[in-house]
Design a binder for this molecule. Structure first.
Ligand code: C2O
Ligand code: CU
Ligand code: CU
Length: 529
């Protein structure tokens, strides 16, 4: 029998030799399988399932389970078209509340899994809406009040891929096909004990810093490997981690040098044109679509998607409290599971490790080429926009750090921000110097990143314009990372065709922060008269 420490050593992501598990790619059904939306509602049961993530061990996780014509999907990758209807009937088979939030979609709040619309154990909910968004890579996940972090960590998340004319045209020009050479990759970090069980035991430190894991999974495969050919690939990356931030780069194995790649989309939107980069930051909740050109590779060569080292900027240390990271002794007796993974290497924030190994297997020819223009991204229209200051800061009471938005923590019945239907606003989000990076996410409405000020060097160095924006800030966004000391101005237009007031959310997508109250309600009201 494999000892637990041998099992852990075999999953250590700092050792590329460990990347031997065949990457799970969405197929016709099964885990993350493609599920095309039709006029009939999809029945989605939220329940526990045992899944084999890596050979030899089974893992119990929480899943959205769909069944149709005798086929079964777990956390299906939905395929939908702009302008088409979508409908899903949720049944909650857990013994706790849950919901589905459709991250990045422009929806009536009643359809968007707001905690006020939590689904009780044994109950159901019908989500039905038409898809208004541009084509792009979106996702869905649970949003139970105070319970998002654990439920997402245990598995309740999946992709929602929207196609429109533009997307079709771009993929055709590129000569890529979804599922074959256009590949969705969900990056997550988790802790697995020696038996392959998912461990989620956030201590006080994790509630303030976010819960990170020692194992890197892509599409739920730990330490994965993917066989590729000498051609162009589109990769749709989602950071579905609870708290971990990645600085993504591709590295030729043996050569050491980083490979350039092209960013073509950010969150739910193709950019105006491809941008050549060597690295991007991807924070929890964000997506980036990129083009990887392997035409210059030889069969037998290898490359790796890597998290390159960066400064995680945990500047909250400077609060004077005893907030040190490593060396933190758990209070009281160690839980058994904690003991089991205590021997595993700790993957620090900003530490270098591998995410995916790619082995070039086939010599391929292809016709496609990279188009010069991808889509029309009109500049943010900020005429007449009111500026709303938003501050991110911390408070420490009795040794517990909690993160605040405009000095507030979440109150289910309070709506600290009220905007008029149709209003244009600039939210000027300023993160305290004594803070950590917070990925801020807006429900219901997309936004443009308008300007970034006082960005740290590791971000400013990759800016592509005078407004301090990087390649991944250039499309329509729903989540933006705000570093300590940084000010990010986003432009939002609150127009919609839904009925009545919209009750929505703005929060940090580090899920432990969200659950601990780094979230506020906002309301879109109808002008009087
Ligand atoms: Cu993906 Cu409220 O978030
Ligand atoms: Cu969301
Ligand atoms: Cu946060």
């Amino acid at each position: 029998m494999e000892t637990s420490s041998a099992y852990h050593d075999s999953l250590d992501p700092t050792n590329l030799g460990n990347f031997k598990n065949k990457l799970n790619l969405p197929g016709r059904d099964g885990l993350l399988g493609f599920l095309e939306a039709t006029a009939d509602p999809v029945e989605l049961a939220v329940r526990r399932e045992r899944v084999q993530l890596a050979p030899g061990k089974e893992t119990e996780m929480l899943t959205y389970r769909a069944e149709r014509d005798g086929r079964v999907w777990l956390n299906p990758t939905f395929l939908v078209k702009t302008g088409a209807g979508f409908s899903a009937s949720l049944t909650n088979e857990l013994d706790e509340d849950t919901t589905i939030h459709w991250h990045g979609l422009h929806l009536d709040w009643r359809m968007d899994g707001h905690p006020l619309r939590a689904v009780r154990p044994g109950a159901g909910y019908r989500y039905a809406y038409s898809v208004a968004n541009r084509g792009g890579t979106y996702w869905y996940h649970t949003h139970g009040h105070g319970n998002t972090a654990r439920q997402v960590y245990m598995g309740l998340a999946g992709l929602f891929i929207v196609e429109d004319e533009n997307e079709r045209r771009v993929n055709e020009a590129l000569g890529v096909k979804l599922g074959k050479t256009d590949l969705p990759l969900i990056i997550q970090d988790k802790n697995l004990d020696g038996e392959g069980k998912l461990v989620y035991e956030p201590d006080e430190m994790a509630w303030s810093m976010g819960y990170t894991g020692n194992v890197i999974l892509v599409n739920m495969t730990p330490t994965p490997v993917l066989e590729v050919g000498t051609r162009l690939y589109r990769l749709r990356l989602l950071n579905g981690s609870n708290a971990r931030l990645y600085r993504l780069a591709f590295e030729k194995v043996g050569g050491g040098e980083l490979l350039p790649y092209r960013v073509i989309a950010a969150d739910g939107s193709l950019l105006a044109r491809p941008h050549l980069v060597w690295e991007v930051f991807l924070s929890p909740g964000e997506r980036v679509d990129l083009l990887l050109d392997l035409r210059g590779f030889e069969v037998g060569e290898e490359l790796a998607l890597t998290n390159v080292a960066f400064d995680p900027m945990h500047r909250e240390h400077e609060m004077g409290e005893n907030m040190g990271h490593g060396g933190h002794a758990p209070h009281g007796g160690m839980a058994q599971a904690e003991e089991m993974y205590a021997s595993a290497p700790r993957l620090g924030d900003g530490q270098e490790f591998y995410i995916l190994r790619m082995v070039v297997k086939d010599r391929l020819t292809q016709d496609g080429a990279v188009p010069e223009a991808l889509s029309v991204v009109s500049p943010a229209d900020t005429r007449g926009a009111a500026v709303r200051p938003v501050t991110l800061s911390a408070t420490t009471e009795a040794g517990q750090t909690r993160w605040l938005i405009n000095g507030l923590t979440y109150e289910p019945d309070e709506f600290p921000i009220v905007v008029q239907r149709g209003a244009k606003e600039i939210w000027e989000i300023r993160n305290d110097e004594r803070s950590m990076p917070h990925p801020m996410h807006l429900h219901g409405f997309r936004f443009r990143v308008f300007e970034k000020r006082n960005s740290p060097g590791q971000v400013a160095d990759t800016a592509v314009d005078k407004k301090g924006r990087t390649a991944t800030d250039l499309g329509w966004k729903d989540t933006v990372l705000v570093w300590p000391g940084e000010t990010v101005r986003i432009a939002i237009e609150f127009s919609h065709d839904f009925e009545g007031e919209q009750l929505s959310l703005f929060h940090c997508h580090i899920l432990e922060h969200e659950d601990a109250g780094m979230m506020i309600n906002y309301k879109v009201v109808d002008p009087h008269g």
